[in-house]
Design a protein around this ligand. Structure first.
Ligand code: FES
Length: 106
């Protein structure tokens, strides 16, 4: 699916992702600096924090307890649309999904 990444300084990057990749992997593969992914996608560092566009929230898999716990420790404010990029696996139906990087990660 195509994913739209928005940076807090108003830049936007549209990238082509493969189904089965996580948001963190897609951002890392395209060298987007908004995601650090320090733990390599193990849901243990919270440096892959993203804000999911609200219209997409209910189309994502439910957050598990570990992701929920990690989001308590993120550097940027935790919002209702906060998710960890490594915990969101993309599927074909996520075509056109928009996500925004927190300002602390740029
Ligand atoms: Fe570390 Fe997502 S890459 S929590």
């Amino acid at each position: 699916p195509t994913v739209i990444f928005n940076f807090s300084d108003d830049r936007q990057q549209v990238v082509e992702a493969a189904a089965g990749q996580t948001l963190m992997q897609v951002a890392a593969n395209h060298g987007l600096e908004g995601i650090l992914g320090d733990c390599g996608g193990a849901c243990q560092c919270a440096t892959c924090h993203v804000y999911i566009d609200e219209s997409w929230l209910d189309r994502l898999p439910e957050m598990d307890g570990m992701e929920d716990d990690m989001l308590e420790g993120v550097a940027a404010p935790r919002l209702a649309q906060s998710r960890l990029g490594c915990c969101v696996t993309l599927q074909a139906e996520h075509e056109g999904m928009a996500v925004t990087f927190p300002p602390t990660q740029i």
